[in-house]
Write a protein that binds this ligand. Structure first.
Ligand code: ADP
Ligand code: MG
Length: 627
């Protein structure tokens, strides 16, 4: 049987066709990253082989694991060869024909929308690095034999819609990627150029990379070095190696060592950008776990909690067995103890950054604050430490320099027993809330929570530094300070008339409110709504209602301000029963207005009809005066 008869032709998955099309037409200058991606794949395959040979007796093997790169300018060829795990026929087809990684499709969409000059340099991060080979070549061949099989295979494609797979004889274990170079990148077949690229992008690859016999990378892992021996530039290069981000610097790094009870070393990095904010889906964990410098698992999810998932780095421990499996990692007590130390280390680092360098901290917080907040409801033992990292705008701290809870407490009044906050649909609506009046009057700071997540986080936190966090639209507040003595009420106002107004309001509002009462917190506004003791804040009720239409509203209390001009007038009018209907209409309208300020819109038709009536009456009054 001839080889051609054995050849099978396959179609790429539609998304890959699209990706290949974008790559072929990409204007991205740095085609060097394709070399980095192929070396990184070779290195992954060597890591896996080393792991297999250490854990499976049958595959024990002393041959050095290496990557070899060879360019041939005349043949327009570049070959990248490794003696790693290789691929079986099935693996070839699923690894180099379909997209498995969920993030890749989002990467693709993003690449397609950003005009012609998409940022291809991120390709490796999204699990489609191999295809960058087509930025350099018009034809790619992959010759491979899996450590589990005696059969070798050749995969071949010109990067248009299809690829072919043919049996290949005489292959050793591992993979060769053979690029047929396009004319504009023939320099990549030259040794000096290859060495340059490898030094630039791949110096931290933990296996020897040979060009023409010479090992080009010779870096010791920097996490085992003492901090004082590592330069900023080395930290930066190692970050770029881990993240595949060629031109990026991390916001900060944390280099730690632990000795007792568990020995470990780590370098953690914070990237500059939160891709979740750009709609790229949930960030995947990016920590590589090593045992005695040998990679055990990349993207390890068990070393950091979800709310620190955006960090990249390496954790290396002498106390871990090499054959620890993915399944047992989660229950491994060494991992759990390392995790505790890492979390404390990161939270301390962030707290210190917040205190020492607020500006840099805010750069971090704007990107990752949203993710950090998830720690309050999910990491009970550390919630107070996480809460220290939160920042809020408030009645005394504007958006340019939001406040921490600690700074809030420093400004609190001497007899203040609670921390106050108010949530609302947006900052402008919050600032207009009549509930703020008494707080302004007494100089009590109120946190403004316009991000719906903040309200969940703060109500979940419940207390901070032993002080309860209270929404200011709650009925039971123990406010500090006292008001200046109230101005004398005008003599014309009989005390009984406000009682009559309260009665009329109650009749008009009926079941809509739980109670109508005189307010002690208002100075200017005619009325406000407050929630009964123990009830959720208005914003929480609104959010829960949005999530679940069936969520029952709890009755609110309408407080009215007897000294507001409108209420004073209504009191006077209430002396004559002819005005009852008008006063009731005002009651309903005031209630609607208060609900609107909270972001709710109950009974819209009635609100509009009532408004109409008010305008008609006002127009009639005006025409009798002005005309
Ligand atoms: P990623 O490396 O993020 O998984 P790639 O597109 O770079 O994505 O590679 C796809 C898959 O192809 C790899 O996960 C791996 O299974 C396989 N692969 C690529 N190169 C090699 C290689 N040199 N040896 C073994 N498998 C490889
Ligand atoms: Mg890859």
């Amino acid at each position: 049987m001839s080889a051609a008869a054995d050849t099978q032709e396959y179609s790429f998955q539609a998304e890959i066709k699209q990706l290949l099309h974008l790559l072929a037409h990409s204007l991205y200058q740095s085609k060097e990253i394709a070399i980095r991606e192929l070396i990184s794949n070779a290195s992954d395959a060597l890591d896996k082989m080393r792991f297999v040979s250490l854990t499976e007796e049958a595959h024990r093997d002393d041959k050095p694991l290496e990557i070899e790169i060879k360019g041939d300018k005349d043949a327009k060829e570049l070959i990248i060869r490794d003696n790693g795990i290789g691929m079986t026929h099935e693996e070839l087809i699923s690894n180099l024909g379909t997209i498995a990684h969920s993030g890749s499709l989002e990467f693709l969409k993003n690449l397609a929308t950003r005009e012609k000059k998409g940022d291809v340099s991120l390709i490796g991060q999204f699990g489609v690095g191999f295809y960058s080979a087509f930025m350099l070549s018009d034809r790619v061949r992959v010759r491979t034999r899996s450590y589990q099989s005696n059969e070798g295979w050749e995969w071949e494609s010109d990067g248009s819609g299809t690829y072919r797979v043919t049996p290949a004889e005489g292959l050793e274990r591992g993979t060769q990627i053979i690029l047929h170079l396009k004319d504009d990148v023939l320099d990549m077949a030259e040794d000096w150029r290859l060495k340059d690229i490898i030094r630039k992008y791949s110096s931290f690859v933990p296996h020897p990379i040979r060009v023409d016999g010479e090992v080009v990378n010779a870096q010791k892992p920097i996490w085992v070095e003492p901090k004082s021996q590592v330069t900023e530039e080395q930290y930066r290069q190692f970050y770029q190696h881990l993240t595949h981000h060629s031109n990026e610097s991390p916001l900060w790094h944390l280099h730690m060592a632990g000795d007792s009870p568990i020995q470990f070393r780590t370098i953690l990095y914070c990237p500059p950008t939160n891709y979740e904010l750009m709609g790229m889906g949930k960030t995947e964990h990016g920590i590589s776990l090593c045992a005695k410098r040998i990679l055990v698992q990349s993207d390890c999810r068990d070393l950091l909690p979800d709310y620190l998932r955006f960090l990249y780095g390496v954790v290396d421990s002498e106390d871990l067995p090499l054959n620890v499996s993915r399944e047992t990692l989660q229950d491994n007590s060494v991992i759990r103890r390392i995790k505790n130390v890492l979390v404390k280390g990161v939270l301390d680092k962030l707290q210190k950054l917040g205190e020492d360098n607020p500006e840099e901290y805010m750069t971090f917080y704007k990107q990752f604050g949203q993710i950090i907040k998830e720690g309050v409801p999910t990491d009970f033992p550390n919630r107070e430490r996480v809460a220290k990292l939160l920042r809020f705008t408030s009645s005394q701290a504007d958006e340019s320099s939001p406040t921490s809870l600690d700074d809030y407490l420093k400004r609190a009044l001497p007899d203040q027993k609670e921390i106050y906050y108010l949530g609302g649909p947006d900052l402008a609506a919050i600032k207009k809330s009549p509930n703020l009046e008494i707080f302004r009057r007494r100089g009590i700071e109120v946190l403004f929570l316009s991000d719906p997540i903040d309200e969940f986080v703060v109500s979940n936190l419940d207390r901070y530094a032993d002080k309860p966090l209270k929404s200011i639209d709650s009925a039971d507040l123990e406010l500090p300070g006292t008001d200046a003595p109230e101005p004398e009420k005008p003599a014309e106002e009989p005390a009984s008339s406000i009682a009559r107004v309260l009665d009329l309001f109650k009749t008009a509002l009926g079941e809509r409110v739980k109670e109508v009462r005189e307010s002690k917190r208002l100075t200017e506004s005619p009325c406000c709504l407050v929630n009964t003791e123990g009830a959720l804040s208005s914003q929480m009720q609104r959010l829960l209602k949005m999530a679940n239409q069936e969520f029952p509203s709890s009755g609110k209390i309408l407080e009215i301000n007897p000294s507001a001009p409108l209420i004073r007038r209504l009191s006077l009018l209430s002396a004559n029963a002819d005005n009852d209907a008008f006063i009731k209409m005002c009651a309903l309208q005031l209630w609607s207005n208060a609900m609107l300020l909270e972001g709710s819109l109950p009974e819209p038709e009635e609100l509009v009809a009532r408004n109409q009536t008010f305008m008609e009456e006002a127009a009639e009054k005006r025409s009798s005066i002005v005309l």
